[in-house]
Unconditional design. Sequence first.
Length: 94
Amino acid sequence: MKLGEAIKEAIILKGMRFVDVAGKVGIATNTLGNRLNGDRNISLDKADEILHAIGYKMMIVPEDVEEKPGWYNLDSRKYANEKKTQEEGENNNE
């Protein structure tokens, strides 16, 4: 999962509207959408600001820390391996 995807999911889970989040952060709604969709880069500072506006925070933890429900894991290696495994399974089904 990419950072923007995780933030979008958190906004939706909180039941917030993107226009309201953008207003809290002081950016245009389309700018927020572009950042969360990956059309524009998002800095860690801006991601932290957006997360704070919706009641979340960003943390860096050791790899051996057990994930808890409601946490988002942005480990690109984990998702790359899951995607590769899924693609291999699809290819075997053909």
